[in-house]
Design a protein. Structure first.
Length: 208
């Protein structure tokens, strides 16, 4: 069974959460090992002066009040189902289709929520990157750290452009339309089925 992640209130952890960075990627930005970032977040090591200066390039963009971890996407209430005395055999195709539509709609909503979270972080990076790029090592600096720093910033810039680009926006809208169409079909199917049949299907979907 995988171990549960431990919440850390350290400055590196706050920066990672705000900008959506895994430990290894923040480590690459700071020019240190991922293991060191892990130890700092766990309180086993402290930030040195040069590393703290690099971290502050991102930390200064944090909001004054730390964001509390928010709850997950609220579950939409089930639409009302009309009472029906439909024959179980006759209702089987409706139940099968309802199951498929609900499953696909949930998948799409998860994808949409993930893209919305990606957009939020991309907007944050869009705000921060100009300052980081302006202070990036010049091309004349050919040290290993300078090369790595320039590559890191350019890769982040490309990721932000892709996340906020037209293709990503079109993909989001297509998924949203499909999700809404499936949810409308779910509501119509539920209205055709007896409540007991819908309840049985819903209970089955909750089983591990």
């Amino acid at each position: 069974m995988p171990r549960r992640a431990i919440f850390s209130a350290t400055l590196p952890a706050q920066v990672r959460r705000y900008f959506g960075l895994p430990q290894w990627e923040l480590a690459a930005f700071l020019g240190v090992s991922a293991e060191l970032v892990k130890h700092i977040e766990a309180g086993r090591r402290t930030l040195t002066g040069p590393v703290l200066l690099r971290l502050n390039e991102l930390a200064r963009w944090l909001p004054a009040t730390p964001e509390a971890p928010g709850p997950g996407r609220p579950v939409a209430p089930d639409p009302p189902a009309a009472a029906s005395s439909a024959d179980p055999e006759a209702a089987a195709p409706l139940l099968a289709r309802l199951d498929v539509c609900q499953h696909r709609a949930r998948q799409l909503r998860r994808l949409l929520a993930r893209q919305e979270a990606d957009w939020l972080q991309a907007r944050r990076w869009e705000q921060v990157l100009p300052a980081l790029l302006a202070t990036a090592p010049p091309a004349t600096n050919v040290s290993a750290w300078a090369n790595q720093r320039r590559r890191w910033l350019l890769a982040r810039q490309q990721a932000v452009e892709e996340a906020l680009g037209a293709a990503a926006a079109v993909g989001y809208q297509l998924r949203r339309v499909r999700a809404e169409a499936l949810e409308a079909e779910v509501a119509a199917l539920r209205a055709l089925l007896p409540p007991a049949a819908v309840a049985t299907l819903t209970a089955g979907a909750l089983l591990p």
